[in-house]
Design a protein. Structure first.
Length: 439
């Protein structure tokens, strides 16, 4: 067994035993009370999932296996001391629960390079999709097309014992993650560069190769995409893309089916598509104000106009967080270090100065602070990735690292199919008022 896979198994099998013990010994223990509003408002705050890869605290932000983003930027291996952490290192951390050594990260990078061959029929599927299709539509279709390569599916059909499901899911996940940069770059070059494709460079790291195949061979873009892949990789299990991946995987669907489902959720405007809406709203603002450098007063007026029209200010607010998203802060720090006087970056910073007090003053918004989407588009745009309807695909490539790692853990634990109960609205009315009349 390959040494990282074996290291994962030695760790995970202990957690699997603990999972079974807790379920057996404490399965009847009540851990939370659920009120009607929590159910009717999207199940917010109800503890119903296991996610080991990351955890989200409302007043602290994201932690990956206990480590904050600033800690990861310090501790995870880099190609150069002044660079950004390699996403391979974050994958190792989420998988095994330990900060990797540089050799561990290089091993994963080489492994993904050897697994990165994409079958021709996947390119054929991409090529027959109309160019008017959304990039995420094409991305999801390409992922589904790769299901023909599922090791897990073949093993299941051959009757493998369920205690070995994790082994074959691991192979699916490693193959899928390895191929995503190739697929994403192929879609990008087809849509925006007349199908002039760039073959992968096996000597590059995972994120660096993505930049290279998209047509950006500079150290600066590779550095940005390494950061981007790390900060978008996971956000605990309750968000739509993570939950959808887990839910479909719980039916013992293969990794390609499960991850495609997650990507269909990520494509929604209330989730990953929000990065597109942020940049679109910023351009809409500058066009309406007839200036690329609006004053704080002009920005405030435009924010209030947006609210009066019954719209939201995209990039602001979060279902869980009640602080400025640390992922926003990390990008802001990156821009302070590397980006000098970019109008769009300056606008993102100006909105950050102006928007929170206005949103808070409405009295209707629980979290007036920016999330990750409020800054990511301006950075990508600065470095020449200007096709902002493609940004969610980049988000999706990154998100694979977390949700697919947890999919392996789900199979180690032997988690059952997810099947919550549901009731008609009249049932909830009866629970609340003692009568279901009028529904």
């Amino acid at each position: 067994m390959e040494y990282i896979k074996n290291r994962f198994y030695q760790k995970a099998i202990k957690c699997s035993a603990e999972y079974q013990r807790i379920r057996k010994e404490h399965g009847e223990k009540v851990i939370a009370q659920v009120n009607i509003d929590q159910v009717l408002s999207g199940q917010k705050g109800i503890p119903v999932l296991i996610t080991d890869t990351s955890n989200l605290d409302a007043n602290e932000g994201i932690r990956f296996r206990g480590y904050s983003l600033p800690e990861l930027r310090e501790k995870l291996p880099k190609l150069t001391p002044e660079g950004e952490p390699l996403p391979e290192g974050l994958f190792y951390l989420m998988l095994i629960g330990e900060i990797p050594e540089r050799d561990d990260v290089m091993n994963i990078s080489r492994d993904w390079s050897t697994r990165s061959h994409v079958p021709q029929h996947v390119f054929d599927v991409i090529d027959v999709m109309p160019k008017i299709a959304r990039p995420m539509t094409i991305f999801s279709a390409a992922i589904l097309a790769m299901a023909t390569e599922s090791v897990f599916q073949k093993a299941y059909r051959a009757g493998v014992h369920k205690k070995f499901y994790w082994d074959f899911m691991y192979e699916d996940v490693m193959n899928l993650i390895a191929r995503l940069p190739r697929i994403a770059a192929y879609i990008y070059r087809r849509l925006y560069h007349n199908g002039h494709h760039i073959d992968p460079n096996p000597s590059l790291d995972w994120a660096g190769n993505l930049a290279y195949m998209m047509g950006f061979d500079s150290l600066e873009v590779k550095r940005l995409l390494r950061l981007y892949m790390v900060i978008h990789a996971d956000h605990e299990g309750g968000n739509v893309s993570a939950h959808a991946t887990h839910l479909v995987g719980s039916a013992l669907s293969n990794a390609y089916y499960a991850f495609s489902a997650g990507m269909n959720g990520l494509a929604g405007p209330l989730h990953g598509f929000a990065n597109h809406e942020v940049i679109n709203w910023m351009f809409e603002m500058t066009e309406n104000l007839c200036t690329e450098e609006p004053t704080d007063a002009q920005i405030a007026d435009y924010i209030e106009k947006t609210l009066r029209e019954g719209r939201v200010v995209p990039g602001y607010g979060h279902a869980v967080l009640r602080i400025t998203d640390p992922r926003f802060t990390v990008q802001q720090q990156f821009a302070e270090r590397y980006v000098k006087n970019d109008k769009l970056v300056n606008l993102a910073n100006a909105i950050y100065r102006v928007a929170p007090p206005i949103l808070e003053a409405t009295g209707k918004i629980k979290n007036p602070w920016p999330n990750v989407d409020a800054f990511s588009g301006s950075l990508l745009h600065h470095y020449g990735i200007t096709e902002y309807n493609f940004y969610t695909v980049l988000f999706g490539v990154s998100r694979a690292l977390g949700v697919l790692t947890q999919l392996i853990l789900d199979r180690v634990y032997g988690m059952p199919i997810e099947r919550p109960s549901s009731h008609p609205l009249s049932w909830y009315k009866k629970q609340a008022e003692g009568s279901s009349e009028g529904c």
